[in-house]
Design a binder for this molecule. Structure first.
Ligand code: ADP
Ligand code: MG
Length: 325
């Protein structure tokens, strides 16, 4: 299955930031509220993600590394209403097929911590005792060491790190209750403390999007027929895409339909101007969307696409029109 894993790795593991995404999502699925991401050399050399989540029992460690082993879906019905971020059970197997992976974990109820190691063709996992607090660490070293063709596509340390930084900003806006720390080459680059109230949430947004974004932000919260759209829209005018964030049921998205609705509103209300920044959360019945469209899970398919499109258009138009009058 090593070949199958490497093929799957092509979909899941494009570059260091895609590894970070899978690992951080696993930490979130494990209920962690503190996640530390340690990067060396843009992630080429090392990616270490530590969490204080529920951990993995010793008896499950090997299984966690094997393909299509997921603890998150138990039957086909679950696929219809996926609450967790991961569900394919292939991330760890794919990553370990193109890097050296060490996973250390301790569930609270287990006395000692255990560690498993896998690299490239050797899915032969050694399990050994280790010192580790409650929670899980996944340590990825030498990404693409055995796939030179893919290693060639890695960009500079700085570029790869900026993708990771961007990813952590996006995730930080989807999980306010979770504290995140991001280090690069041993230096702390970002720190987003857990935000448990409205003031702390706005502070986090200011940290991620800038003070001036927040100073000119309008809040919105609209509901219609089981759909809810809430978040912030900033009238600050010099926004680049890095200040545009959309989440569907908590997942970050770059969805064409949503973007289309947003652009349509702005073109009508402020024709010819730059699009403002926004942080928007769309919530709807999980049965109304398919998230299983792409392994990187950036896209969704809405069952009632027209309804969703028009709802977003209406909600944004209402807020913008209020500011015009
Ligand atoms: P998936 O997330 O799709 O289930 P992965 O390959 O990403 O597949 O992870 C495999 C399994 O390993 C998960 O289902 C989970 O049981 C376990 N796991 C991975 N990372 C963690 C973590 N940080 N904390 C607890 N369990 C984890
Ligand atoms: Mg996963």
């Amino acid at each position: 299955p090593i070949l199958a894993n490497q093929i799957a790795a092509g979909e899941v593991v494009e570059r260091p930031s895609s590894v970070v995404k899978e690992l951080v999502e696993n930490s979130l699925d494990a209920g962690a509220d503190r996640i530390e991401i340690d990067i060396d050399k843009g992630g080429h050399k090392r990616i270490l993600v530590r969490d204080n989540g529920k951990g993995i029992a010793k008896s499950e460690l090997e299984l966690a590394l094997s393909r299509h082993a997921t603890s998150k879906i138990h039957c086909l019905d679950d696929l219809e209403q996926i609450a967790s971020l991961g569900f394919r059970g292939e991330a760890l197997a794919s990553i370990s097929s193109v890097a050296r992976l060490t996973i250390s974990s301790k569930p609270q109820s287990q006395e000692a911590a255990w560690q498993a190691f896998a690299e490239g063709a050797e899915l032969a996992v050694k399990v050994q005792p280790v010192a580790h607090p409650d929670g899980t660490s996944v340590d990825i070293q030498d990404l693409f060491f055995n796939t030179p063709a893919r290693r060639k596509f890695l960009r500079t340390e700085k570029t790869e790190f900026s993708h990771i930084d961007e990813l952590i900003r996006r995730i930080a806006l989807s999980q306010f209750e979770v504290g995140f720390t991001l280090k690069h080459n041993g230096k702390r680059v970002r720190h987003y403390p857990a935000a448990k109230n409205a003031a702390a949430r706005e502070k986090r947004i200011a940290r991620v999007c800038g003070e001036s974004f927040m100073q000119q932000a309008l809040t919105l919260d609209s509901q219609y027929d089981g759909l809810r759209l809430h978040g912030w829209l900033s009238l600050e005018r010099r926004h680049q895409p890095e200040h545009q964030f959309v989440y569907v049921n908590g997942r970050m998205m770059r969805d064409k339909l949503i973007n289309h609705a947003i652009r349509q509103v702005f073109n009508e209300v402020h024709p010819g101007e730059d699009y403002p920044g926004f942080v928007l959360y769309l919530e709807l019945d999980p049965k109304q969307v398919d998230v299983n469209v792409h392994p990187a899970k950036h896209e969704v398919r809405f069952h009632q696409a027209r309804l969703v499109h028009d709802f977003i258009y209406r909600a944004l138009a209402d807020v913008l029109n209020q500011t015009l009058t």
